[in-house]
Design a binder for this molecule. Structure first.
Ligand SMILES: C[S@@+](CC[C@H](N)C(=O)[O-])C[C@H]1O[C@@H](n2cnc3c(N)ncnc32)[C@H](O)[C@@H]1O
Length: 290
């Protein structure tokens, strides 16, 4: 386990992933009934942007740094509002020194009645994660293999909630594991929202992954892909994506309306763009070119 998210926290991919997560939680929070967030690969939760790791790569400058300097359109500003709220919450104001990872986005937007299970296998990161949330009684931190969590932890008592699966993609087979996690979660908690993240690493691998999901049986699978530059064979990561199962209305339309602007705002070269469509629709029909 070599991957440490501290080098990448707040980068372009984090911004899009966390903005989508925040938007999902904002929607779930509009009903009083409690929800649960199960984050299988949680990282440490909060990231100091002045730490050595963050300074070494400076990736956050092309992500959250870019967004903070931009003047987005009203539609994009509205889309980003829940995530911006989470940023403000963990920083105690508009000056961003600390970047909230997925667990901290979730707790910042969660209400007293909501519950959070954050899992992280790396022992040092798991300890740090537990320390960060030690005083938050809504949170339980575990240090298991995240791939067993959908089977072990679903369905949640609340019968509402979000599964976040955000693996490091440092080992072969992670796309296959993502498909399995999605199906396991669907079997146990068919109405739950799922957010499954992946890097745009190897067009063939991503296409195979999409095809496996499109083969069923999970329905209502929204695909959100975005690129900050034109992909090249051995170049740096050019994009990322996520599949959202059961996206709360009207996330699909909202993100479709802003993804190109968001990709342009995060652009690192020519070819920045976004793509949003249903990989599998309500009736189980795969998209035409899945
Ligand atoms: C991309 S990072 C997660 C970032 C986090 N979800 C966020 O958005 O802030 C992936 C994390 O998965 C952890 N990890 C790697 N293999 C794991 C496994 N089998 N089970 C649980 N966590 C694992 C890594 O240590 C790393 O912290």
């Amino acid at each position: 386990m070599n991957y440490r998210h501290a080098y990448h926290a707040g980068n372009f991919a984090d911004v899009v992933k966390h903005a989508v997560l925040a938007r999902i939680l904002d929607r779930l929070g509009r009903k009083d009934a409690p929800y649960r967030v199960l984050d299988t690969h949680a990282g440490v939760g909060l990231y100091d942007l002045a730490a050595d790791e963050a300074l070494k790569t400076g990736e956050w400058r092309g992500g959250v740094g870019r967004v903070l300097e931009a003047t987005p359109s009203p539609a994009l500003a509205e889309f980003l509002a829940p995530w911006r709220q989470a940023l403000r919450e963990v920083n105690g104001g508009d000056h961003v020194l600390v970047y909230p990872g997925s667990p901290a986005v979730a707790t910042a937007l969660g209400r007293p009645q909501d519950r959070f299970v954050f899992n992280e296998l790396h022992p040092i990161d798991a300890d740090q994660l537990a320390a960060t949330f030690a005083r938050d009684r809504r949170v339980r931190v575990t240090a298991e293999d995240g791939w067993i969590m959908p089977r072990a932890q679903l369905p949640p008592e609340e019968r509402r909630g979000v599964l976040v699966v955000d693996p490091p993609f440092e080992e072969a087979g992670e796309f296959d594991r993502l498909v399995r996690a999605m199906r396991d979660a669907h079997r146990r908690f068919a109405t739950g929202v799922q957010l499954l993240w992946y890097p745009a690493k190897g067009a063939g691998a991503v296409a195979d992954f999409h095809a496996a999901v499109a083969a069923g049986p999970v329905r209502r699978v929204l695909r959100i892909d975005h690129w900050i530059r034109r992909p090249t064979v051995d170049g740096p990561l050019a994009g990322a994506g996520m599949l959202v199962v059961n996206p709360p209305w009207p996330l699909a339309d909202e993100i479709a309306g802003v993804i190109d602007e968001l990709a342009a705002l995060l652009a690192a070269g020519p070819g920045a763009r976004g793509r949003v469509d249903w990989l599998v629709d309500e009736d189980g029909r795969p998209a035409a070119d899945a």
